[in-house]
Ligand binder design. Structure first.
Ligand SMILES: C[S@@+](CC[C@H](N)C(=O)[O-])C[C@H]1O[C@@H](n2cnc3c(N)ncnc32)[C@H](O)[C@@H]1O
Length: 283
């Protein structure tokens, strides 16, 4: 079976209508050109052609570390996190057009200029778009749950995506996740434990990331009495490989916020070089 066929048949999202309300239509028409990176599609309209490429410096108008959110919904988190990281370029993937349109409204309303959106399947984006642009940090908050066992193959956190994500993260970069489904949290742990380029940052549950705002999905979970679990993984070097920590990581003033030494210590992983910290080094 060809790779395109696999990617086409099993997707991590629910196919929904593209109908925009008046406000969304207005935002889409007005701000699409400014904030949306248009890419050629393959077989599905949410797919990305295998030869699609993005010049991120050109799209953002500057060279800066790239932070990526997968499944941005209506943009509450990406907007807040982009504001908190003005020195970074922040890229969002979202397949649902009305949600992207609402995000454009929000970006405009909140005068945020360091976000670009891709209205397509992130799994396909990770196959082709980041070969020349490493990712400094990756976020996946409240992915569609697919909580039935038979639906596990539809989850975006799967071995193939995990490997692709890890490969494209800078050494020491983080993948932060949150979910309100216990089974999904355990699934994430199981899948990512098998990925040699990632190490769970905390031996217990990660503390809630204080910069992550409460979205509608999280609020719904809280109201229903479900516990929200944060997880954090650090990109480590491949065994035996000499890898250099991501240059962008060190070159900007955001390091202490998104990956400084203080954050590295609890897990024993040095997020700045991806290696195990020696005991005397931690004092
Ligand atoms: C449950 S919502 C959560 C949205 C947001 N993260 C939040 O916390 O409000 C999950 C979102 O991920 C999007 N999504 C799922 N799989 C995706 C994929 N492969 N590529 C891009 N977006 C995806 C869905 O369309 C949906 O909007």
């Amino acid at each position: 079976m060809s790779q395109e066929k696999v990617l086409r048949d099993v997707v991590s999202y629910v196919r929904r209508g593209d109908r925009l309300n008046n406000t969304q239509q207005k935002a889409w028409d007005s701000w699409r050109e400014r904030f949306v990176i248009e890419l050629p599609a393959a077989a599905r309209k949410t797919s990305i052609a295998p030869d699609a490429r993005v010049d991120f410096a050109k799209e953002f108008g500057r060279d800066a570390p790239l932070l990526v959110e997968v499944g941005t919904g209506n943009g509450v988190a990406i907007a807040a996190l982009a504001k908190a990281h003005p020195d970074a370029n922040v890229l969002g993937f979202e397949v649902f057009i009305p949600a992207v349109a609402s995000t454009l409204s929000r970006l405009r309303r909140e005068e945020i200029s360091n976000v670009r959106m891709i209205n397509a399947d992130a799994e396909q984006g990770f196959e082709t778009l980041f070969d020349e642009q490493p990712i400094t940090e990756l976020w996946t908050f409240f992915p569609d749950p697919w909580h039935k066992k038979k639906h596990r193959k539809r989850r975006i956190v799967n071995p193939r995506f995990a490997h692709s994500a890890a490969t494209h993260l800078v050494l020491g970069g983080r993948w932060r996740l949150a979910t309100d489904w216990e089974d999904y949290a355990q699934w994430i742990r199981d899948v990512l434990a098998e990925e040699p380029l990632l190490r769970e940052e905390f031996s217990k549950e990660a503390p809630r990331w204080e910069l992550r705002p409460i979205t509608r999905f999280e609020q719904r979970a809280i109201d229903a009495g479900r516990e929200v679990v944060d997880l954090s993984y650090v990109r480590v070097a491949a065994k035996g490989a000499e890898e250099i920590p991501g240059q962008a990581w060190n070159d900007v003033g955001i390091r202490s916020e998104i990956g400084g030494q203080g954050d590295c210590a609890p897990s024993g992983v040095n997020a700045c070089n991806g290696t195990e910290k020696a005991a005397d080094d931690q004092a």
